[in-house]
Design a protein around this ligand. Structure first.
Ligand code: WTA
Length: 649
């Protein structure tokens, strides 16, 4: 079947009741790009400002001067926008529904309760000497305290840096040191799929690393009561501290351009980058996309199954939904525990109307067959969403038919840590859907495709995806390294933001993201720099050289394929293979677990010594027919050897 035949047109009842139908989308989009000042000045009214902005947009995308400011004379507080302003109307409405890893554990926090507990935590921070501009690191399970900690930072003007709980002590230490964080918040253990993860032990290990003595305190949530070590003077129990504090804590008025958070993400080269997001533009983008993209209607239960450690959790579990006064579901566990029916069972249990999840989660369920959904009805569902990686049309159709009972539009949302919020996406009442396409740009977003030489391409074509002008949610910089920000995103194609993604545009102007064109791989929707994994491997005593590439993986989207050249005194063995896998897991975290290791006496290099990754990618993907030109290789016979000894999969 061709893509054209697979169109799912907007349903009439949806268009009639949604926030935007086709005409609304078109006219709003047009205004957003023709007259951004008026458009965003008007949209800014959806937030509550302590000082209304009069200057709307001041943005320069120039390789010598990248300067991005939105609402720069406005003042507001993100926490007050997410909590205080809802108290009158919806103080008793659930703000967070928490579903534990164990299906017998769940609880609900109303807006009033969330407000009260967040204020107590904000006062705790103050008592510990944390104030405006200080960085607080969160290394937390998926529990309401994680959202409270983010909001409590925002309340007093502290900057949060959330580190995903699956990262290793070294990865955590690196981020603490870079951010010069004074306070770390964690839990004794997290629980996922019935297994405990020793978060506090990992923090202890991280804090033995060089440079981490900036950390004065570790605040520990008692999640499991598991055994942990205690460092008197440094470690404090969360509940003991919070219980002593008053629930009265005025929200600090912040400038729209004051930082709200930093979030580390991987790139092509070097250490992870701390993207800096600011207050006004980010919150507006998160809130507005949450309303329009998911067509969120008052009172609905909305569930984003991401982890708060990723940007998706920031924008679409915490800030977007809470800014809109929504009920956001937070799930501690995994969709396959205790059985593969769990996802559907949670939907039924809490009457979930909107489910936002990842292609990997969908493919993992799909692999178990349609009857994994037999234990649930899912008739509360109205809208489905996908994020993090390209969704293949087969997985899209399965999501639509089996999870959504063939009644719910799917919004395939393309965006990045750097973009703050959703950028290219359908709107459920406005956009005819094509499985596998992220479709059309959101308000204010001007995508374009460029050739490798930077020429803007028109019409139906393939190209590198760039964005031509700023949007409010855009990251403003890299923490303490603006030069790297400019270099990474604005130097490849001067005057444009380069996304790092390849993309195709079809005859209807629909965008189809084809995946990264740089040395970033996307494993189960987790972004990883191949350089990071390589530098971990070469630190092992047996490894002379390593090259890491992604290869197509049925469930994970991409798997991690590693070519290893051993030092002279070492022989390949099954033990060594296992050791290297463990080495990377320990160094970076389980998400970087190598899938395949191929022993490679030598790697294909150009005469100037550059590894030709294009060839390694093809071999890993088993596409050895069309290897292209290998004549620039120093020793072309290396390639035959690699093909012959391709690792079995
Ligand atoms: C990829 C996650 C195809 C893309 C929000 C991007 C996608 C990277 C999609 C950002 C999608 C994200 N279709 N690819 N709908 N969404 N990506 O920073 O390669 O963790 O550059 O942000 O994920 O990953 P990040």
């Amino acid at each position: 079947m061709t893509e054209q035949q697979r169109v799912h047109p907007v349903r009439g009842d949806f268009a009639a009741n949604a926030w935007a139908d086709k005409e609304t989308y078109q006219s709003m989009y047009q205004q957003s790009v023709d007259d951004p000042e008026t458009f965003w000045g008007e949209q800014a009214k959806r937030l509550e400002w302590t000082k209304t902005p009069t200057k709307i947009k001041h943005t320069v995308f120039d390789t010598h001067n990248v300067d991005i400011r939105w609402f720069e004379d406005g003042e507001l507080n993100a926490c007050a926008n997410c909590l205080d302003r809802h108290l009158d109307k919806r103080g008793d409405q659930p703000a967070i529904i928490w579903e534990g890893d164990d299906p017998d554990q769940s609880k609900t926090l109303t807006y009033r309760q969330l407000h009260e507990q967040t204020c107590q935590l904000a006062n705790t921070f103050k008592a510990l000497g944390v104030g405006k501009g200080d960085v607080v690191t969160l290394y937390m399970p998926m529990i309401p305290e994680a959202a409270m900690a983010m909001l409590a930072c925002a309340r007093i003007g502290a900057i949060h840096s959330v580190v995903f709980g699956g990262f290793s002590p070294d990865a955590l230490a690196q981020r603490i040191v870079d951010a010069e964080s004074k306070l770390v918040i964690t839990a004794d253990e997290s629980v996922r799929g019935g297994k405990q993860v020793p978060l506090k032990d990992n923090v202890d290990a991280a804090l033995t690393r060089k440079g981490t003595d900036v950390v004065a305190n570790v605040l520990v949530v008692k999640r499991t009561g598991g055994e942990i070590e205690w460092h008197d003077g440094r470690d404090l129990w969360y509940h003991e501290q919070v219980d002593q504090q008053s629930a009265d804590c005025p929200a600090e008025p912040m400038n729209a351009e004051d930082p709200l958070f930093i979030l580390y993400t991987s790139g092509s080269t070097g250490a992870p980058k701390g993207l800096k997001h600011t207050t006004g533009g980010y919150l507006l983008h998160a809130a507005m996309t949450h309303q329009y993209v998911f067509d969120y209607q008052d009172g609905e239960v909305y569930w984003c199954s991401a982890d708060v450690g990723w940007v998706t959790g920031h924008s679409y579990i915490v800030y977007g939904p809470l800014a809109n006064g929504a009920t956001t579901l937070m799930f501690e566990g995994v969709p396959s525990y205790p059985s593969h029916g769990r996802l559907g069972e949670i939907i039924d249990k809490h009457n979930v109307a909107i489910l936002y999840t990842s292609p990997t989660a969908i493919r993992a369920l799909m692999a178990h067959g349609d009857d994994v959904m037999d234990s649930s009805r899912r008739d509360s569902l109205r809208v489905l969403g996908s994020v993090g990686e390209p969704i293949n049309p087969e997985a899209w159709e399965w999501f639509y038919r089996v999870i959504g009972n063939s009644t719910c539009p799917i919004v395939d949302t393309w965006w990045q840590t750097e973009t703050g919020g959703i950028m290219i996406t359908p709107l459920p009442g406005a956009t005819d859907l094509k499985p596998g396409s992220a479709t059309l740009p959101f308000f204010g977003v001007q995508p374009a495709l460029v050739s490798n030489e930077g020429k803007i391409l028109e019409g139906a074509t393939d190209g590198n995806l760039v964005i031509l002008d700023s949007w409010p949610g855009q990251a403003r910089s890299i923490w303490k390294n603006h030069e790297r920000f400019v270099q990474t995103y604005f130097s490849a194609y001067p005057g444009m933001y380069f996304t790092g993604d390849g993309c195709r545009r079809d005859e209807d102007g629909y965008y189809w993201i084809t995946g990264r064109v740089d040395d970033v791989i996307n494993v189960s929707g987790h972004r990883m720099g191949t350089a990071e994994i390589e530098s971990s491997l070469v630190a092992h005593e047996a490894v002379a050289e390593a090259a890491v590439v992604g290869y197509p993986h049925d469930v994970k989207g991409q798997g991690i394929y590693i070519y290893v050249t051993l030092k002279d005194d070492y022989e390949p063995s099954e033990e060594l293979r296992k050791e290297l896998v463990q080495w990377v897991r320990k160094d970076i975290g389980p998400i970087a677990s190598p899938d395949v290791i191929q022993w490679s006496p030598s790697l294909p290099k150009t005469r100037s010594g550059k590894i030709m990754r294009r060839i390694l990618r093809k071999i890993a993907a088993n596409e050895t027919e069309g290897l292209g030109d290998t004549s620039t290789l120093a020793d072309p016979s290396v390639v035959d050897d690699l093909i012959e000894n391709r690792a079995n999969r």
